[in-house]
Design a protein around this ligand. Sequence first.
Ligand SMILES: NC(=O)c1ccc[n+]([C@@H]2O[C@H](COP(=O)([O-])OP(=O)(O)OC[C@H]3O[C@@H](n4cnc5c(N)ncnc54)[C@H](OP(=O)(O)O)[C@@H]3O)[C@@H](O)[C@H]2O)c1
Length: 348
Amino acid sequence: MIESVRILVLGGTWFLGRFLVEEALRRGHTVTTFNRGRVDPGAEGVESRHGDRANPADLEALVAGREWDTVVDTSGMIPRLVSLSARRLDGHVARYVFVSTVNVYRGWPTEPLTEASPVRECDPGAGDEDLGESVTDRQGRLKSGCERAVGEVFGDRSAILRPGVILGPHEYVGRLPWWLTRIAKGGRVLAPGYPERPFQAVDVRDVAAFALHAAERALGGAFNVCPPIGQETYGGLLTGCVRASGSPADLTWVDDAFLLARQVGMWRELPLWRVHPGAWQVCAAGARAAGLRTRPLWETVVDTWRWMSSGGIPVAHQRRDLIGIDPAKEQRILREWLSEAGRSGRGA
Ligand SMILES: NC(=O)c1ccc[n+]([C@@H]2O[C@H](COP(=O)([O-])OP(=O)(O)OC[C@H]3O[C@@H](n4cnc5c(N)ncnc54)[C@H](OP(=O)(O)O)[C@@H]3O)[C@@H](O)[C@H]2O)c1
């Protein structure tokens, strides 16, 4: 029997935080959320406090005369601001659960990873100035600095969660929604690479449940949060979209090299497509031994489709505008591929 935990969520209203709050309430915990109040998910039974985590006075007002057992920080992106919240919350919360990313590893996405793999360097006092050459490097370094900022104050009273890509209902970056929408439209669909490619996205509800598990069991240390390596495939993702949407779409698998030679952008133009050998080789055995449970990819796909079909609208986010290949470019590449495949005798 798990005792009720008093949880403060820094965030709580867009995607992961939304499910975290919902599940925490279902488990009988007491929940306070702190955010700027731009979105109201209408969760009953939550104490919602508004303020900007960049503003020391807002943090001061939040903690005055208050205590919680655990803070779960879903919105920490900038080390200096995470340092600010960690210092201000110390003495008011016993433990800190920080949601980081697998991107903190120097070897992501090129090498297989465990929690012992080296992480990118970043000062815990860093701001959001340009820290890296690529978006991956910059984001990874910032999160790494955030992790250090938490560690400096909370040490072994902290748990660091490092999820891989997170999918599910309410996903605002729009990666799985893009595939579902594209495939639902039907016709010949450009499927990148090959169907057996391993794929390792984690369901948002499983990350939320593990964050709560970390709060309930006072877990400490760093945990990769992903399904087991090799359990799912990219083919499973796309055929799942076909099944879920009931579309007559025809998936045509096109070689990585063919797409790269035509400047098709990994991750953005064709969401979730990465050719790097380490992208889906993240070992989460530590989290699994500590209690992480992950659902089959199919459930994530079908539940996201149900959410979309019932009029679900994610929070507006600028990253969503960057997702997806131009339909004319997709069809042009397919024509080129099929004519070349016809010439060389390759199957489509
Ligand atoms: N999506 C992925 O694939 C992925 C992968 C790995 C790791 N992650 C990590 O997982 C976490 C998921 O985040 P989420 O967006 O789903 O969490 P969320 O808690 O659902 O949403 C973000 C929250 O932060 C609040 N917020 C943003 N800026 C704020 C500020 N300056 N002051 C106070 N509140 C602020 C937002 O509300 P207001 O706008 O109203 O303030 C919102 O409630 C992130 O840390 C992300 O880096 C994501």
